[in-house]
Design a protein around this ligand. Sequence first.
Ligand SMILES: C[S@@+](CC[C@H](N)C(=O)[O-])C[C@H]1O[C@@H](n2cnc3c(N)ncnc32)[C@H](O)[C@@H]1O
Length: 305
Amino acid sequence: MTRAMTVGEALRTATQRLRASGSRSPRLDAELLLAAVLGVERADLLRAPERWLDEEVVARFERVVRRREAREPVAYIRGRRAFRTLDLEVTPDVLIPRPETETVVEVALELLAAPGAGEWHEPLVLDVGTGSGCIALALAAENPYVHVVASDVSPAALAVARRNAARHGLEARVELVAADVFDGVPPGPYDLIVSNPPYVPDDEYARLEPNVREYEPEIALRGGRDGLDVVQRLVDGAPPLLRPGGALVLEVGQGQAEVVAALLAADGRYGPAMVRADLAGVARVVAARRASGTAADLPGEEPWP
Ligand SMILES: C[S@@+](CC[C@H](N)C(=O)[O-])C[C@H]1O[C@@H](n2cnc3c(N)ncnc32)[C@H](O)[C@@H]1O
């Protein structure tokens, strides 16, 4: 049985329940879910705590709170997630874009703007494993000259990325392709290859929190025994697709940055690796330019931005 109640009361009750069910952000979850049920923004909701919710709205809120109590991620319940300047559709076919992945976009934008990059009037970027399209679409949204080839092995993920490209009017500059790492992508040459690949080692996957393991796609997370199966394929396959001076930019898991920098160094076809921390201070992005043979073809081989 449900009864009419105010916004404030509904939020208080839901917050208590979500805290008891293990949510780390119970009040925020409750606000986001009630705003979604009402079709308003969270800020509008918070301005009107005395507003009355009728029984039908309370019943709909009850249903989404139950889903959250079962640890379903808020982003899947709402079907939306903010990423940099974009509001993206997310479904269980795609990884929910994470705040730390915004650092990948930051590094990629800096590289595109670095000295020497001015010669690349319309830079071409490849985003491997695009998922929701978050990295590809953020780059296209924030750099009006860039063209992106966004690939994924999952047709269901590509369908979500396609809808997100249309939602933001970026279809003309973001081409979506089905590919297994580099098998199936156009040959480039690319100014940047970016990727947030699956990188969770098998033993850690078993220990992931239930809201991740039970709801997000396994193929987006699992990276094999040491987590580096796809990373190694990216390091091995990127140089022939990169123009000289072009860079490979990879998101890595906590504790993987040194290992990935060592893989790049051992390869012999890359210049020095740079490592960038995310906002939580975790070494999160590893990037290296393709080394070039002669001084004449060194656009962008200046020190890291
Ligand atoms: C960690 S998710 C990243 C998604 C999105 N780029 C983001 O940052 O939120 C990894 C993505 O790589 C895709 N993927 C996994 N294996 C792949 C492969 N062999 N080739 C291409 N894409 C792959 C998954 O389908 C998933 O969309």
